[in-house]
Design a protein around this ligand. Structure first.
Ligand code: ZN
Ligand code: ZN
Length: 602
């Protein structure tokens, strides 16, 4: 969910991979007619290869395929054993070999990027299978319930058809979990607990939801009976796996900390940043100092307005904290929360237009909707968008309601999403953050960029766009607005320090919690949640600041390159035009000496 914009969930994955269906097939059609717009013969051959590459990828990764809206293999479930891993490794070798036959330097810019992303992805897969080996120590990686839930809940095909695929896919479940047990070696304790929780929490999809959906179809009763029997066996297998994990004798569990070497490698593949994890970490430490310094100046400026002659706390961070606490009391009433977010969007669009920051496509206005029933309970704002192969036209900005929340819970939530942060949240999620990025990515005709969309670029853009808005006068330069934005920005900065610190530098829990509460002004509950998250994920928390920093660095370089001709709007649009590619690759394209290759004849 985008509610916590710093969390990369499956929904966000889907957002990265927004519907490029139409563009994809347009590209395929064009392959047949070789025109100057399509680049050289090499480009044409490469585009054909890409289509073949994806087809092979989905054939071997049916769960992934389902999640991006490619439904040809919905009924398949591979047993996660050595044989399967060998198949995957072989696949990566074959593809790397095929890629090696092309000369990407002669490609169109967009194909050059695709090429680099495909190569990176194949190397990453290989590295995960041969070096990282999470299949040995991460029991939660075997959770397949999400795919079943997707098949059940997404209306991409008639219900009976989806349930038949569901039924066929279930056939493999008992063997699947037997094999899973055999792969595990000294699994990480935290990931074992997570796996137990997720499997027991999700089993109802197979045990109950499937049966409920069956009732709504006219599948013959005898067939229904077979389907329900299999669901029962499958649910039992899932519960047995959880039971197995509970009773697993594990005297020497692997640490949840990835360790410096693995972290560094994973960071490299995942973000494709031009700097190392260590360099980004160092930059985050510097950024934290700078932000604290700025926050102190702003607090001093505001002090008398809010506290009169009250003495300031001796500790600077305590002083800032007191100011933030006071400003957080400015928030809407629970009943007005939804309306407040809805009202925000046209204001943001108007500001972006007035200041001429980036062109908003008037034919694709953001569709705001009240949170649909199945998302109930999730407050705030989130984006829903179809997977890259889905044809649905709209992305939705879901606005949640706080009705039915306990007063204390609602109050705490509203203090966090106070009057200032609420505006920043809307910038981040929608305009000109994620939604606008999505619209531009949608126009970049590349299925590869959509499927392998770069998380650091996507999150980096959203964080960058917040600052860009304030830099251009959003919020009338009020010190309150800036102070609150700095607090928000510190969250990204401290996510990086936390993630790298914990996984590479052995940062102890207490030190982490103190940093989050005292230095990043987070509530205890928020900090506890963050600790839990860093103990079951790695690198993901690092991506926000990484992308943000890379974009700002690129903008500086671009400014130097363009000199007098530099225009912010032009930078923004050019940057977005490449789709969700790694910033490093966009940088190479944007800073390249003009004119580019002779193949680009327009
Ligand atoms: Zn985000
Ligand atoms: Zn209040």
């Amino acid at each position: 969910m985008f509610i916590q914009p710093r969390k990369k969930s499956p929904v966000i994955k889907k957002i990265l991979a927004f519907a490029l269906f139409v563009f994809f097939f347009t590209a395929c059609k064009k392959d047949a007619s070789v025109g100057p717009m399509q680049g050289s013969m090499d480009d044409v051959a490469f585009n054909n290869y890409e289509t073949h590459f994806l087809e092979e990828l989905w054939k071997l990764n049916p769960d992934w395929a389902t999640s991006v809206g490619y439904h040809k293999y919905d009924s398949l479930l591979f047993i996660p054993d050595k044989k399967y891993r060998e198949k995957l490794i072989n696949f990566t070798k074959v593809q790397l070999d095929s890629l090696g036959r092309y000369t990407p330097t002669a490609f169109l810019e967009t194909n050059k990027m695709d090429y680099a992303m495909m190569q990176n992805q194949m190397q990453y897969m290989q590295w995960q299978l041969e070096q990282l080996k999470a299949y040995e120590w991460d029991p939660s990686s075997y959770n397949i319930i999400g795919t079943f839930a997707y098949i059940l809940n997404e209306h991409y095909a008639p219900l009976a058809k989806r349930l038949t695929n569901f039924y066929q896919k279930m056939a493999g479940i008992p063997a699947y979990y037997k094999a899973a047990e055999l792969q595990l070696k000294n699994p990480v304790t935290e990931l074992t607990s997570l796996a137990i929780e997720q499997h027991l929490g999700g089993v109802s999809v197979i045990e109950n939801d499937f049966a409920d959906s069956l009732k709504k179809t006219n599948i013959p009763e005898a067939t229904k009976k077979l389907m329900l029997d299999r669901a029962k066996l499958s649910a039992d297998a899932i519960k047995q796996f959880a039971e197995y994990l509970k009773n697993l004798k594990n005297d020497h569990p692997r640490s949840f900390r990835l360790g410096k070497d693995l972290y560094g490698e994973k960071f490299k593949y995942e973000t494709q940043a031009s700097e190392t994890a260590q360099q980004i970490y160092n930059a985050a430490i510097e950024r934290k100092k700078y932000v604290h310094h700025e926050m102190a100046k702003l607090t001093l400026k505001l002090w008398t307005r809010y506290f009169g002659t009250q003495p300031k706390p001796a500790d600077t961070l305590d002083m800032i904290g007191k100011m933030i606490d006071t400003l957080s009391a400015k928030h809407v009433a629970p009943a007005e929360f939804q309306a407040a977010i809805e009202k925000q969007l046209p204001k943001l669009s108007a500001f972006v237009r007035t200041k001429d920051l980036v062109t908003l496509d008037p034919t694709k206005p953001l569709v705001v909707r009240r949170e649909p029933g199945y998302m109930a309970g999730v407050a705030g704002a989130s984006m829903s968008s179809p997977g890259p192969y889905d044809i649905r036209q709209n992305a939705y900005f879901n606005v949640g309601s706080l009705s039915g929340w306990a007063p204390e819970k609602a109050e705490s939530y509203l203090r966090e999403y106070n009057q200032y942060i609420l505006q920043i949240l809307c910038i981040h999620e929608a305009i000109p953050g994620h939604y606008v990025q999505l619209m531009y990515a949608n126009k970049a005709p590349s299925m590869i960029k959509s499927v392998f969309g770069n998380g650091a670029m996507v999150e980096g853009w959203a964080v960058y766009s917040e600052q860009m808005m304030l830099d251009n006068g959003y919020g009338d330069n009020e010190p309150e607005m800036w102070l609150m934005w700095y607090k928000w920005n510190l969250r990204s900065v401290c996510n990086t320090i936390l993630d790298y610190g914990v996984h590479s530098l052995n940062m102890p829990r207490q030190q982490a919690i103190t940093m989050l509460t005292h230095e990043a002004f987070q509530q205890q509950a928020e900090a506890d949640g963050k600790w839990k998250r860093v103990s079951v994920t790695s690198v993901q928390l690092d991506s926000y600041f990484t992308g943000y920093k890379e974009i700002l660095d690129l903008r500086d370089d671009y400014k130097s390159k363009m000199g007098d001709k530099y225009k912010l709007k032009e930078f923004n649009e050019k940057f977005l035009s490449y789709g969700s590619a790694p910033v490093k690759l966009i940088k190479e394209a944007m800073l390249a000496k003009e004119p580019a290759q002779g193949t680009e004849k327009h």
